[in-house]
Ligand binder design. Structure first.
Ligand SMILES: Nc1ncnc2c1ncn2[C@@H]1O[C@H](COP(=O)(O)OP(=O)(O)OP(=O)(O)O)[C@@H](O)[C@H]1O
Ligand SMILES: [Mg+2]
Length: 502
């Protein structure tokens, strides 16, 4: 065991937001060279701890040290940047600027007060090369993939001198191949002496790359232990405070043939997808699987009216909504959970009640007036039903934890009693237990006759589907019946052995 001081240590941390206690006397110790996982259910206090560890928020009580020394003053941002950096769910990269500008923002090389652009670009190239980030310094950040953006953020942190990097759900938006590359990079950097704190709801990722795991529950520290000595059931029990329940297996689902809720015919859109056809029956749950580049998300977005196809047809419950119109899709009976909940999912400055009932103003009052009591009652019921952790219907969604924001988006999709539910990565950022619960709600909705399309590459999202349509490189390559084997589906999503049905 090393005798060096911990890279980072937080002790006795308490943080309140109004009546919410986000952290209660919590602590964590991160040892040098360790890759340390922080896990817990939605709202457990993980991201709040990150904001305290990165100096974005002062705790109400408690202390933070780095390498055994007290943390800098909050105002001294540069001093914090030399010690720690976090790659967030939401990017801190400015999309309109180039990679070089993002890397050297706030520390331009100045020559008598003027920015030296050639010097800036040269330094950016050096930083990217030093950390083997294969991105052109002149690229505008908006054109980067999520994966490239994360690598640039990591390189930026390292170039400030930080050797402690926090990753808050870095894999939520990456596909399998990108996750493999990210993990490869983490392992390389770990060998070069970089220490990581890694937050994820995918416990298999914790087992794959972490040495130590800390569990938070209800704002408190529950345990810290070597990953290798902590079986998954024990981890889940620590997270939920109950003995692990057996996972319901994918048994048969009652099937009733009925009118198609969705039929997609010969849909084409440039180089994104070609000749896509499939149907979803009323009461049926159909998965649309594929890697990030497969076109699955674009097809789902086309069905939801977020984009239009060049040719082909989308029919919802027998009608043909105007292509490329979200309101048209909505009035045809589509409920929708979008890919990027931060940009398309909710309005952060509005309350949980307003957000979750956004799509159904007509059910809340006559002649354009909202009945606020009815709205709040409906929202309160949804909060209870989806186990949304909020102080009440009036809380702003911006004050919810990431996973709970996702549940609000789901509540909104369900609120309109849709004929067809279109879900893109519906459980991204949602904790293990809430995930089962959310998918259970989807099954209930289907049992009531709604057709469901789940576009995802998460095996857990797809397991409960009656059928899974698999796309690769813009085309439907195969369809698998319920009860498929993981490796068969993964292979089909990677374009290997396509056409072989399970
Ligand atoms: N700015 C804020 N205003 C009000 N409440 C907040 C704010 N930030 C966090 N909270 C509350 O603090 C608690 C902890 O939230 P936090 O974001 O730390 O959870 P988390 O463990 O990261 O969850 P998730 O897995 O869903 O991301 C939650 O109940 C949340 O609603
Ligand atoms: Mg969080």
């Amino acid at each position: 065991m090393s005798t060096a001081a911990p890279v980072a240590q937080a002790t006795g941390i308490t943080k309140r937001f109004g009546s919410t206690v986000a952290l209660h006397d919590a602590h964590i110790t991160v040892e040098p060279g360790d890759t340390h996982a922080l896990v817990g259910r939605n709202g457990a206090g993980k991201s709040t701890l990150v904001s305290v560890l990165t100096g974005l928020q002062a705790p109400d009580e408690g202390t933070v040290t780095f390498d055994g020394r007290p943390a800098p003053r909050l105002a001294d941002r540069d001093a914090w940047r030399r010690r720690v950096a976090c790659v967030y769910q939401k990017s801190t990269i400015i999309p309109q600027l180039t990679v070089a500008e993002n890397l050297f923002l706030n520390r331009h090389t100045r020559n008598k007060g003027l920015i030296s652009w050639p010097a800036l670009r040269r330094q950016a190239r050096e930083v990217l090369a030093a950390w083997s980030v294969d991105v052109d310094a002149g690229t505008v950040a908006a054109d980067l993939s999520v994966e490239q953006r994360q690598f640039v953020e990591i390189a930026r942190a390292l170039s400030f001198g930080a050797r402690f990097i926090i990753l808050d759900e870095p894999t939520a938006q990456l596909d399998a191949a990108a996750i493999t590359r990210l993990f490869g990079r983490i392992k390389e950097l770990q060998q070069q002496g970089v220490t990581f704190l890694f937050i994820s709801h995918h416990l298999q990722e914790v087992y794959e790359i972490c040495d130590t795991v800390t569990v938070f529950r209800d704002a408190r520290h529950i345990l810290t232990a070597p990953v290798a000595q902590t079986p998954q059931a024990e981890l889940v029990a620590a997270m939920t405070g109950e003995a692990a329940a057996a996972r319901p297996d994918a048994g048969p689902r009652p099937t009733r043939p009925s009118e198609p809720a969705l039929s997609v015919t010969a849909l084409c859109a440039g180089d994104r997808y070609q000749d896509v056809s499939f149907t979803v029956g009323g009461g049926e749950i159909v998965g649309l699987a594929g890697a990030a580049s497969s076109g699955r998300t674009e097809v789902a977005e086309t069905v939801a009216g977020l984009r239009a196809a060049d040719s082909g047809e989308v029919q919802v419950a027998g009608t043909t909504p105007r292509p490329g119109s979200v309101p048209a899709a909505l009035s045809a009976g589509v409920g929708f959970v979008p890919q990027d909940r931060h940009r398309q999912g909710y309005i952060p400055e509005m309350s949980v009640a307003d957000n979750s009932t956004l799509t159904i103003p007509d059910r809340l009052g006559r002649s354009g007036f909202l009945n606020h009591r009815r709205r709040d009652a409906l929202a309160a019921a949804q909060i209870a039903e989806l186990q949304i952790r909020a102080s009440g219907p009036g809380q702003h969604v911006s004050g919810l934890s990431g996973g709970n924001q996702q549940k609000v988006v789901m509540a909104r999709a369900l609120a309109s009693d849709p004929r067809l539910l279109v879900l893109i990565n519906p459980t991204a950022g949602v904790d293990v237990r809430s995930k089962e619960f959310l998918l259970g709600t989807v099954e209930q909705t289907a049992a009531a006759g709604t057709g469901v399309l789940i576009a995802s590459d998460e095996l857990d999202d797809l397991r409960g589907c009656d059928r899974v349509v698999v796309m690769f490189a813009g085309r439907v390559v195969t369809e698998m019946a319920r009860g498929w084997h993981d490796h068969a589906l993964v292979a089909a999503m990677e374009g290997v052995g396509g056409g072989i049905d399970a």
